[in-house]
Write a protein that binds this ligand. Structure first.
Ligand code: AMP
Ligand code: MG
Length: 305
């Protein structure tokens, strides 16, 4: 697993003011990484992902057996940062019955008629499960902060800074409520550079197998890059808490992002210190009696036939 000291650099200290320029998008370009070399990092990242998958499967089984906690993973990013691929690779070793993925698109008219957290509450993971939000209630302080006209009926035409501060407060209270009630909340911002986004969009336009992924709307949103960056900085600064911290994950190299996310999820679940339910002396006696009865009944069947 990855050294916790290394992981710490991706964790947003509660109360800190985030400047995304201070966070790398390509981890292989950092001094530490350069010493190792890209090939060695790629190999190591694959090993970590593989190991994390196995450990995560065991951790989820324990999560289900102990029946005291659930895990909510929130994934946010600019377009083409690799949210879908990260979910596919990181969760592929987990029992499908143990995890649920919800992807949130533009809200429906019905959803806009409710408070902004309503549609997410309905999709929260039950005890024992890992729930993944591919986009989340953070869209309600990100995309709509860049486009307030999409806030829907009932919202102010020109929301002021207090409007957004109240939403951050609602989110912090919501996550506090979840955490107090046994949900481990882990939030990841896949941090992509503008150049790498351009490369990935061009790949979608060039490679016929990837044409389906291209949307003209993505190009329109790219024009608002600076506003999105500011919205992310404000939201992450206001909502990275001890109970529900943000991780800023360098996402220009998919293998780096996947290994980091997998490792953080696995070690965080392991950190809950869960245990399999203890079997009492009385229950053990009942199990022994049931075993004796079952073994005896097999002998009966053999003598009967
Ligand atoms: P995709 O994830 O590429 O399928 O795109 C989903 C789209 O839905 C993105 O453009 C999001 O910004 C948009 N979206 C998700 N949640 C909201 C929201 N609460 N309000 C407005 N747009 C949203
Ligand atoms: Mg898209």
């Amino acid at each position: 697993m990855i050294n916790p000291k290394l992981l710490n650099q991706f964790l947003v200290e509660p109360g800190s003011e985030v400047n995304l320029k201070e966070y790398v998008t390509d981890w292989t370009e950092t001094d530490n990484a350069k010493e190792l070399g890209k090939d060695a990092i790629k190999e190591r990242a694959k090993e970590i992902l593989e190991q994390s998958r196995e450990e995560m499967n065991k951790a989820q089984e324990l999560l289900y057996a102990s029946d005291t906690h659930s895990v909510l993973i929130v994934l946010q990013a600019m377009d083409a940062a690799g949210k879908d691929g990260t979910i596919r690779h990181v969760m592929s070793g987990v029992n499908p019955q143990g995890c649920q993925v919800f992807s949130f698109k533009k809200p429906s008219a019905e959803e806009l008629d409710h408070n902004f957290l309503w549609r997410y509450m309905k999709s929260l993971p039950e005890r024992g499960r890992i729930g993944i939000f591919n986009r989340s209630y953070y869209e309600d302080v990100l995309v709509v902060k860049v486009h307030p006209e999409w806030l829907g009926p009932g919202a102010p035409a020109k929301p002021d800074k207090h409007f957004w501060e109240k939403r951050y407060e609602d989110i912090n209270n919501f996550e506090k409520h979840l955490s107090r009630n046994g949900t481990l909340v882990l939030k990841f911002f896949l941090h992509l550079s503008k150049d790498e986004q351009k490369r990935r969009f061009l790949e979608r336009l060039t490679n016929p197998d990837k044409h389906w992924k291209f949307s003209e709307a993505d190009l329109a949103e790219r024009e608002h890059w600076k506003s999105y960056r500011k919205a992310f900085e404000d939201a992450i600064s206001a909502t990275s808490t001890k109970r529900a911290p943000w991780h800023i994950i360098p996402a220009d190299r998919k293998y780096v992002a996947r290994a980091l996310v997998a490792d953080i999820i696995t070690t965080s679940i392991q950190g809950l210190g869960l245990e399999y339910p203890k079997v009492s002396e009385a229950q053990l006696a009942k199990l022994a009696a049931a075993r004796a009865k079952l073994e005896g009944s097999d002998k009966d069947v053999e003598t009967e036939s």
